[in-house]
Design a protein around this ligand. Structure first.
Ligand SMILES: Cc1cc2nc3c(=O)[nH]c(=O)nc-3n(C[C@H](O)[C@H](O)[C@H](O)COP(=O)(O)OP(=O)(O)OC[C@H]3O[C@@H](n4cnc5c(N)ncnc54)[C@H](O)[C@@H]3O)c2cc1C
Length: 374
């Protein structure tokens, strides 16, 4: 098997993480081939694009990972924009988390990183916010990026510019390995024909579907439904991150609203009246005037979750196979640091203590999985 292997690194899944990793590796001069089943099903096209380690109330090593990635994002986006010529819509707009009771604000896990707003200050920020919200936390350092309309396309274009090869419509069926060494993958090509692609290096980036390629990975889908509204321009300056509902204002007045969280839906596709009503009720409870704005689009997708809601990044039990998946609600935020860590591993860069700690914290072996069971 090894004799036939090419020098190409295979990226198994061309969603947000696969594209981000491919881009970073290609910048380092590696030959990359992305095997992608269906670009349209990628959660990267679904997400609200919030960059929100503080507004999400992340804690401990997740907060650390999120803060480190947030710091890398401006340079990361800059390089994607330079390589693609596409503006990604990055905006460090600040995110406001409103509260009904003051105590909830004070005990919010990331309260010390935010500016504390009383009702008067909250109204100054969001004049039309519903009466029940008495205070808020403003996280100036959090922001957003236009993943759906810009970032994903920019990543694809950057990859093409850097010579990355794409196979779209190709399903990876199986990992090929011998004595725990990767030899390649078995794929179903666009004509439905099964064939092998030989390579000794691959990155598993198959999002919510990752378990289908590596049975032992504890990844499961958490469906999310979304919608968008067209607000008058400049109505909202900052993201509003309420409990269960958030509103993300893009530059042109489009407001992305999300999101349901439906683990019980598994991979059931489509919108549901119940899910859409839930979002509409959320809008009404935060910003009643927004109920009068015209809805534009409605869509759904699958967050790749793990039992501890943390991503899996780094080596696997198979030599040559690396894992970058399980980013759950924070894949957009964490794409920059994930791509950076995987690049450091693949390029055999000297890891500093911080990198080592991150790779240790987020390695898949934290789940105590049997080594020989892939
Ligand atoms: C409703 C919703 C809102 C979100 N909002 C935010 C947010 O505001 N901020 C944030 O940071 N994150 C957010 N996220 C999370 C973020 O979108 C995900 O964490 C991220 O997109 C995961 O990227 P991924 O590449 O792992 O998976 P995906 O982007 O889903 O890509 C996986 C790709 O792998 C392909 N694939 C799967 N199996 C195979 C196979 N066998 N062979 C070939 N290809 C395969 C699929 O076709 C797919 O294209 C949100 C997610 C959802 C669903």
């Amino acid at each position: 098997m090894a004799n036939q292997a090419s020098n190409k690194v295979l990226i198994l899944g061309g969603g947000l993480i696969g594209l981000s990793v491919a881009h970073e590796l290609a910048k380092s001069g590696m030959q990359i081939e992305i095997l992608s089943r269906r670009r349209s099903e990628a959660a990267g096209f679904v997400a609200a694009g919030m960059l929100a380690p503080h507004a999400e109330g992340l804690q401990e090593e997740m907060l650390n990972l999120g803060q480190l990635s947030l710091k890398q994002i401006p340079a990361w986006v800059d390089s994607i924009e330079k390589n693609s010529g596409i503006n990604c819509g990055l905006k460090i707009s600040g995110i406001i988390v409103p509260f009904i009771h003051d105590e909830e604000k004070d005990s919010y896990p990331t309260a010390k990183f935010g500016e504390h707003l009383n009702r008067k200050e909250l109204i100054k920020e969001i004049p039309d916010i519903a009466e029940q919200w008495t205070s808020g936390l403003l996280f100036q350092q959090d922001g957003q990026i236009d993943n759906r309309r810009s970032l994903m396309r920019a990543l694809e274009k950057s990859c093409v510019e850097l010579g990355v090869e794409f196979q779209e419509g190709v399903e990876v069926m199986e990992l090929l390995h011998k004595d725990q060494n990767l030899g390649g993958v078995k794929i179903k090509n666009t004509q439905g024909i099964i064939e092998n692609i030989f390579s000794e290096k691959a990155i598993l980036c198959s999002g919510a579907w990752s378990k289908q390629l590596m049975e032992s990975l504890p990844i499961f889908p958490v469906k999310g439904q979304m919608l968008s509204l067209q607000a008058p321009k400049n109505t909202l300056k900052r993201v509003i991150f309420g409990p269960g509902t958030y509103l993300v204002p893009r530059e042109d007045g489009l407001i992305i609203v999300g999101a349901t969280s439906e683990p019980e839906a598994c991979f059931r596709t489509g919108l549901t009246p119940f899910g859409q009503r839930q979002i509409e009720n959320g809008i009404n409870s935060i910003l009643p005037t927004a109920c009068g704005w015209p809805p534009m689009e409605r869509w759904w997708g699958f967050r790749p979750s793990t039992p501890d809601e943390k991503p899996i990044i780094g080596s696997s039990s198979i030599n040559g196979l690396w894992i970058a998946t399980g980013h759950y609600r924070n894949g957009v935020l964490l794409a920059a640091i994930t791509a950076d860590l995987i690049k450091k591993c693949l390029c055999n860069e000297k890891l500093n203590d911080e990198d080592k700690e991150l790779l240790n914290n987020f390695n898949y072996n934290r789940f105590n999985l049997p080594k020989d069971n892939i």
